[in-house]
Design a protein around this ligand. Structure first.
Ligand SMILES: Cc1ncc(COP(=O)(O)O)c(C=O)c1O
Length: 396
C-alpha cells in the first residue's frame, strides 16, 4: 500500500489566518442549496457588474492581439491616464513615473511591503483593520504593532495615537481612508500630521485609498493633493471598489520616485506585470462617460447607506460611527452578545441574514462588533433589518 507522508508546509503558511467569515459563507451556501433564502451582507465587493463599455474595450484589445505582457510597471498610456485623473479630479500632481500597476491592491500591498521591510521591522496599524495587512507583514517576518482604536477617533489612528504608541524599529504605519471594516475617514490635516511626524522618525506612511470615490455627503480626496507632502508617503489604490472591477485584479501604487527601481525589480520577480486585458479595461473606465456611470452607482451606495443606517438606528441598534465612505457599517452588538461569532452564526441560522463577525478584523472588542456590507439592494437591506429586529425581540 502507498504510504501517505504529510510533508511540512512553511511556518507562515501554518500561521496565516483564514477569513473566518468564509466558514459562515460555506454554511450559508449549503442552506441556500437546500432552498433557504439568504440575505448576504458579508460580501466586500460591489454587487454591480463591471461596465459594458469596459467589456467592449477589452474585447477590442484582445481582438487586436493585446494579450502579451505589458512593461512591469504597467501600460505607459494607463500610467499617464491615471496621472491625468489625479490632476483632473483631485488637483494632485502625480507624475506617471511614480505610478506602478499591480495585481489588485492586494498585489500592491505585498509588493510595497516586500520593498520596505526587513525581518523584525515593525509596522503599526489600527485594530480593527483590513485583516490581510497583518498577514502581509507576517509573511515578511515583520512585526505587527496593533493599536486598539475607539469610536471616539472614528476607529482610526491619529497622529497623537501614533506618537503615543511610538517605539524604535517601526518602519511604517498603515492606514486606510475610507476604512474597511468601519467606513470611516481620516481628515486630511490629520493625515498630513501623521506624514510629518513619521517623516521626522524616518518611517513610511502607507495610505490605502482603495475606497476612494465611494464617499458620501462630501467630495472624494487623496493625501496626494496636499502641498508640501513629505516623501515618506506611499498610496495604495485599486480598480476593485469604486470602479467595480474586483475580478479584474488591477490596482496601483503611487510611490516616491526613489522607490520605483526597487518596486520594478521586485515586481519583475513576483508577477512580471499586472493583467494586460484588465489594463485595457482600466484605460476605458477612466473615460468621462464611464466615470459618470460610476458616479450613479456611488449615489446608489449613498442611498443604501442612508436607508440602512436609519433603519438600524430606528430599530435601536448601536452604530457608533455613521460611515462616510466604503460600503460597510460597523455594528456594536455588545448589548446583545459578548460572542459576535456565535451571534452571527445563530443569526444566520434563524434569519438567513449573513454578516461578518468582528474577529476577521482584529482582536480589540472584536467579540462585540459585526460588519454589515450594503452590497445588496435596498429591499433586501430593509428586510434584513426587520428580520434581525424580530430575531432579537424574540430571542434576546
Ligand atoms: C482596505 C482594503 N485594502 C485592500 C483590499 C484588496 O483589494 P483588491 O486586491 O481587490 O484591490 C481590500 C479588499 O477588500 C480592502 O478592503
Amino acid at each position: 500500500m502507498h504510504k501517505q507522508n504529510k510533508l511540512p508546509i512553511s511556518k507562515v503558511a501554518s500561521a496565516v489566518e483564514p477569513f473566518h467569515v468564509m466558514k459562515l459563507l460555506g454554511e450559508a451556501k449549503a442552506l441556500e442549496a437546500e432552498g433557504r433564502e439568504m440575505i448576504h451582507l458579508e460580501i466586500g465587493e460591489p454587487d454591480f457588474p463591471s461596465l459594458d463599455c469596459v467589456h467592449q474595450a477589452v474585447t477590442d484589445a484582445i481582438n487586436h492581439g493585446n494579450t502579451h505582457y505589458t512593461p512591469t510597471l504597467g501600460l505607459p498610456a494607463l500610467r499617464e491616464k491615471l496621472s491625468r485623473f489625479y490632476h483632473d479630479f483631485y488637483h494632485a500632481d502625480v507624475a506617471a513615473q511614480r505610478i506602478v500597476m499591480t495585481p489588485g491592491a492586494s498585489g500592491a500591498l505585498h509588493l510595497l511591503l516586500t520593498a520596505l521591510l526587513n525581518p523584525s521591522d515593525k509596522v503599526m496599524m489600527c485594530d480593527p483593520t483590513y485583516p490581510c495587512n497583518r498577514e502581509f507583514v507576517n509573511l515578511l517576518h515583520g512585526e505587527v504593532l496593533s493599536v486598539p482604536v475607539e469610536a471616539s477617533t472614528g476607529f482610526q489612528l491619529t497622529a497623537e495615537l501614533i506618537e503615543l504608541h511610538w517605539q524604535p524599529g517601526i518602519k511604517a504605519v498603515m492606514v486606510a481612508s475610507p476604512s474597511n471594516p468601519t467606513g470611516t475617514l481620516i481628515e486630511q490635516p490629520e493625515l498630513l500630521a501623521m506624514a510629518n511626524f513619521l517623516s521626522e522618525q524616518g518611517a513610511y506612511l502607507i495610505v490605502d485609498e482603495i475606497y476612494q470615490g465611494l464617499v458620501y455627503e462630501r467630495a472624494a480626496e487623496t493625501i496626494l493633493a496636499n502641498a508640501n507632502l513629505p516623501d515618506n508617503v506611499v498610496v495604495i489604490n485599486s480598480f476593485s471598489k469604486f470602479f467595480g472591477m474586483t475580478g479584474w485584479r488591477l490596482g496601483w501604487i503611487v510611490a516616491p520616485e526613489f522607490l520605483i527601481p526597487a518596486l520594478d525589480k521586485l515586481a519583475q520577480n513576483l508577477y512580471l506585470a499586472a493583467p494586460t486585458p484588465s489594463q485595457y479595461g482600466a484605460l476605458r473606465v477612466l473615460e468621462s462617460d464611464a466615470l459618470a456611470a460610476l458616479e450613479q452607482r456611488r449615489q446608489i451606495f449613498e442611498q443604501r447607506r442612508n436607508r440602512l443606517y436609519d433603519a438600524m438606528m430606528s430599530a435601536g441598534f448601536k452604530i457608533p460611527c455613521k460611515p462616510a465612505g466604503a460600503f460597510y457599517l460597523y455594528w456594536d452588538v455588545s448589548e446583545l452578545t459578548d460572542d459576535a461569532e456565535a451571534f452571527c452564526q445563530t443569526l444566520m441560522l434563524h434569519t438567513g441574514v449573513v454578516v461578518t463577525p468582528g474577529k476577521d478584523f482584529g482582536e480589540y472588542r472584536s467579540r462585540q462588533h459585526v460588519r454589515i456590507a450594503y452590497t445588496t439592494g435596498d429591499n433586501e437591506l430593509l428586510e434584513a433589518v426587520r428580520k434581525i429586529q424580530s430575531f432579537i425581540n424574540n430571542d434576546g
